[in-house]
Design a protein around this ligand. Structure first.
Ligand code: NAP
Length: 299
């Protein structure tokens, strides 16, 4: 249990509600900053302003999935309040206070280093990324269905990048009867894709692989769908770029060529905030229990 552990949740969206529920059930003492407009109360959790939090009594700090912006502000779906995390504030927390965030940002990394506090980036963990790929796939299917006039069944679908998300996408589109072709730079990834029964190619050959494309899903966070590649792709194609911003597509050129191309960050939070929140909540609970039940500060 997390009895008497003081955990501050700093902003976030509907996903944090699952985190709050989980930590309340584990008997933690929660301070919620940036939740004043949330029409719901939790036993064991109080809604406060940033300046009401006693920094030197904080055992752990939980940030939104997006971390902070360039100036240290966190997103607050349930408040109009500006909530900012600063190195000066962090310095006042006890040394064992760990910061948990979905992803990190340059600002957050710098502030944490200045204050001597460690940051755990939840979305860098394989388990979180793989669980998160499930709602991402469902969101991708929704976007593809909404933005095309063909069935996925029998469509020519290209998936770029066979990482944690690309693998789940490949399996889902293949299972729905699409003609899936996967591009990656690792031979072992391509071998796995072939074992799954889909076509493969090396990314270096991408411009020769797009001529028959109908739907292209990119998961690579680097510019791969260049103007040169897009110039060979049929103009009626649909590109869904799910990679982190700014994505891997030359959107300007795609538009010029008449290719419908969209970037869609945050699909899990959009289509399944409860599931996406539970994924984070379960890992958060595991990490906090491990940390405090060992009595130390392993992460
Ligand atoms: P991942 O496991 O790291 O997969 C990324 C893939 O891209 C890997 O195969 C990686 O290969 C490849 N890659 C990276 N840089 C490359 C480059 N310069 N050239 C060629 N290949 C490159 O990540 P993931 O968890 O699947 O996530 C994929 C992306 O989707 C990330 O940007 C993530 O933030 C984003 N995402 C978005 C959503 C959403 O809602 N839109 C949801 C989940 C994830 P290597 O292993 O060789 O680097």
């Amino acid at each position: 249990m997390l009895t008497d552990r003081h955990i501050v949740i700093l902003g976030g969206d509907a996903r944090q509600i699952e985190v709050i529920n989980k930590l309340v059930a584990l008997d933690a003492r929660l301070s919620l900053v940036g939740f004043d407009q949330l029409d719901r109360n939790f036993n064991g959790a109080i809604k406060v302003n940033m300046d009401e939090v006693q920094a030197d009594a904080v055992d752990s700090l939980i940030l939104p999935v997006s971390g902070t912006d360039k100036k240290g502000f966190v997103e607050t779906t349930f408040s109009n309040e500006n909530v900012q995390l600063t190195a000066e504030w962090l310095e006042k927390t006890p040394e064992h206070c760990t910061i948990y965030s979905g992803i990190s940002t340059d600002y957050l990394d710098k502030a944490a280093v200045e204050a001597g506090r460690s940051v755990v980036r939840l979305f860098e963990r394989d388990d979180v990324a793989i669980y998160n790929s499930i709602p991402t796939v469902e969101g991708t299917l929704m976007m593809v269905i909404q933005n095309t006039d063909i069935t996925i069944h029998n469509a020519q679908v290209m998936i770029l990048g066979l990482g944690r998300t690309g693998m789940s996408l490949t399996r889902a589109f293949h299972a729905l009867g699409a003609h899936v072709k996967v591009g990656d730079r690792h031979p072992e990834h391509l071998a796995r894709a072939q074992e799954m029964g889909v076509q493969t190619f090396y990314l270096t050959d991408l411009e020769n692989q797009v001529q028959d494309n109908e739907i292209c899903i990119n998961t690579i966070p680097a510019l791969v769908l260049t103007s040169k590649v897009l110039s060979r792709m049929p103009s009626g194609s649909f590109i869904l770029d799910v990679a982190s911003l700014p994505g891997g597509t030359d959107f300007r050129y795609a538009k010029k060529r008449g290719i419908k191309a969209m970037i869609t960050p945050g699909l899990p939070g959009l289509v399944a905030p409860k599931t996406a929140g539970r994924i984070i909540a379960n890992v958060m609970a595991e990490l906090l229990l491990e940390k405090f039940n060992k009595g130390g500060n392993p992460i």
